[in-house]
Design a protein around this ligand. Structure first.
Ligand code: ATP
Length: 602
């Protein structure tokens, strides 16, 4: 007998079959509505998770995904069919669910070795709770003996299952139950099932952006009603759906769209993070709401340095070169996604966090406040002078020219572009929505630098950490024969071997002077200045416009010079070259233009 608080699993299976055979979205919603109406509230959440092929909301990270090999062994154990034969059948039909279904449909003389299979009639009727609990046991089994636990639990579940039930259990457990029901369709169906019409859909969707847990919302709705759902609050420890940006590529259009002015911020090339803190406990969630806390123990500790006990903030985690301070491209962060040796990865690939929004602070939701107010709140909780957790670089602009300048500065600093954000009274934090309050402005082309250049060392910056006592980065310049000056194009800190680094101070010592050399034109203040003498071969990712450097300043764009992005020392000291034989400003302008041409032709 199935208790009144539970649902026969066969009802869910019937529903799965109907869904699989329909191509109409409307029918899909109707089937869901009738399923929800039939489902006792106690198991409504389980029914919803199972329908999505999962056991808990995504952000809790409870993963099923049992390997096919293990599943086939469990099928063998439940049916008594040798593993070899099960595997053969699998090779033929390609779906472990169908394998389970077929093998369990065989006449009963093939009864399981373990005696699991009795007469069809003596099988207990499987309920949603039983299936769910068994799957949960399988998902949570870890460590020594977990394989056996998984196999045995699955085998025992299958031996209680009817063939069709087995098919869907196996598909669920292997992550192959793909009914393709969108979260939004489930919200539609919930609205109809429990309020009688789709009118309540907006309230449900709003609740979902604050708490992306359909099982929870469904249960609240079914047991307490729509008003309770309306009052669902943001909770620390549960991620909200992040705000998304529209895209434009014309600064004038952006300014106009944002009402004449906007806050323009560096668009960092890292990983978006939603950081939650309550006292000593910190959670980090990715853009897709996965819990990524364990990948970033350093970010966890940065968060405890913020001047508030309870908050949700948003920012970008960016990898950087500890010796030079330069930001590194996104790919470098992927090393931090390693499962093992997080501590080692943390040391080798240090990160910083640039915060750009606050969603919740000390019991209060911030999302309805306009951006300038949120930014002020954020400023008040970020510790001053920290190198690890900083505010995103931002500037209020009201004309396309300033926007473009800021954009170029962002690019030359290793960013992807800029985010332009509304500062109007309506500039709320739009959870889960892609709207025009945020507009991203990225370069839509990439200009590859194909050739190396020879640049002159004109200054240097002290190294830190591993590079204490030597230089962290060198300030490099191109030669301009017209004015007989050296104009800066990049800071280079990458590509040096330990030996190079150890020798640099000695090599450069003879040229060291207490001030900028008169033939050097620079907008950057170096820690140490040199007489232009030593030439190094450098390669970069591309040449970009930059307001920070003086090479070609005003020659392509009024306020911009040229910069080499992600520059690297190739290892070749060009002692054979005099500084006046270094790459010239004119050559760099040519390289920039031809790069651009190639890109525009692409
Ligand atoms: P989208 O998030 O728009 O779907 P996407 O994931 O490809 O697209 P992008 O197009 O690169 O992301 O642009 C948005 C992302 O930019 C954000 O998700 C965030 O990670 C990143 N970002 C970097 N700096 C900022 C900033 N200052 N403000 C907001 N987002 C920023």
């Amino acid at each position: 007998m199935v208790s009144a608080n539970d649902l026969p699993y066969s009802v869910l299976v019937e529903f799965y079959e109907k869904i699989e055979s329909t191509s109409s979205r409307l029918a899909m919603t109707d089937y869901l509505v009738s399923l929800f109406k039939r489902t006792p509230v106690d198991v409504l959440d389980k029914v919803i998770y199972l329908t999505q092929g999962q056991l808990r909301p995504d952000y809790e990270g409870v993963e099923l995904g049992v390997a096919e090999k293990l599943t086939l062994r469990a099928i063998s154990k439940a049916t008594g069919v040798p593993v070899k034969n099960v595997e053969e059948l699998y090779k033929k039909v390609g779906d472990p669910g169908v394998v389970a279904e077929q093998l369990l449909s065989r006449p009963k003389q093939a009864a399981g070795l373990l005696g699991f299979i009795g007469e069809e009639g003596t099988k207990r009727e499987l309920t949603v709770s039983q299936v769910y609990n068994a799957l949960m046991k399988i998902a949570l089994a870890s460590g020594e003996g977990s394989q056996d636990t998984k196999i045995n639990t699955l085998a025992s579940l299958l031996s209680d299952a009817k063939p069709k039930e087995a098919k869907y259990i196996v598909r669920t457990v292997t992550g192959r139950l793909r009914l393709g029901i969108a979260d939004m369709t489930i919200l539609d169906a919930l609205a109809v099932a429990f309020t009688g019409s789709k009118a309540a859909r907006d309230i449900l969707e709003r609740a979902y952006t604050k708490r992306p847990d359909l099982g929870f919302i469904a249960k609240e709705l079914a047991s307490k009603g729509i008003d309770t759902v309306k009052s669902i609050k943001i909770e620390v420890g549960i991620p909200i759906l992040p705000m998304l940006a529209e895209r434009l590529s014309d600064p004038a259009e952006i300014i106009e769209k944002l009402g004449g002015q906007c806050l323009v911020e560096y668009k960092y090339d890292g990983e978006r993070v939603q950081a939650h803190r309550k006292g000593d406990k910190v959670w980090l969630f990715s853009r897709r709401l996965e819990n990524i806390t364990h990948h970033y123990p350093d970010v966890v500790s940065y968060m405890t340095s913020l001047k508030a006990e309870e908050f949700i903030v948003e920012g970008e985690i960016v990898a950087y070169n500890p010796d030079t301070g330069e930001m590194l491209p996104f790919q470098e962060l992927m090393h931090r996604r390693r499962k093992y040796d997080v501590d080692k990865a943390m040391k080798e690939y240090p990160v910083r966090v640039y915060l750009f929004d606050v969603i919740y602070l000390n019991g209060e939701e911030m999302i309805e406040k306009p951006l300038p107010e949120r930014r002020k709140v954020l400023e008040s909780i970020v510790p001053e002078g920290s190198d690890d957790v900083l505010l995103s670089m931002a500037k209020l602009v009201d004309n396309p020219k300033d926007l473009l300048l800021f954009f170029e500065e962002a690019i030359s600093e290793g960013c992807e572009g800029v985010m332009c954000k509304s500062v109007s009274a309506q500039s709320v934090y739009q959870m889960g929505a892609r709207g025009w309050l945020w507009i991203k402005f990225k370069r839509d082309y990439r200009m590859e630098m194909t050739d190396t250049v020879d640049l002159v060392v004109v200054g240097a910056f002290h190294g830190r950490g591993k590079r204490a006592g030597t230089y962290g980065a060198l300030l490099m310049a191109a030669y301009d024969p017209g004015s007989d000056t050296f104009k800066t194009v990049c800071k280079v800190g990458t590509g040096f071997t330990d030996e190079d680094l150890a020798n640099l101070p000695k090599l450069l010592e003879p040229y060291r002077i207490p001030h900028r050399h008169p033939r050097v034109v620079s907008r950057i203040e170096a820690d140490v200045w040199f007489v232009p003498a030593v030439v190094l071969e450098i390669i970069g990712a591309e040449i970009t416009l930059s307001p920070l450097h003086t090479c070609a300043l005003g020659k392509i764009e009024a306020e911009s010079g040229l910069a080499i992005r992600f520059p690297r020392f190739t290892g070749r000291y060009r002692f054979d070259k005099k500084p006046e034989q270094a790459t010239t400003e004119a050559e760099l302008i040519e390289m920039y233009k031809s790069q651009r041409k190639t890109v525009l032709q692409q």
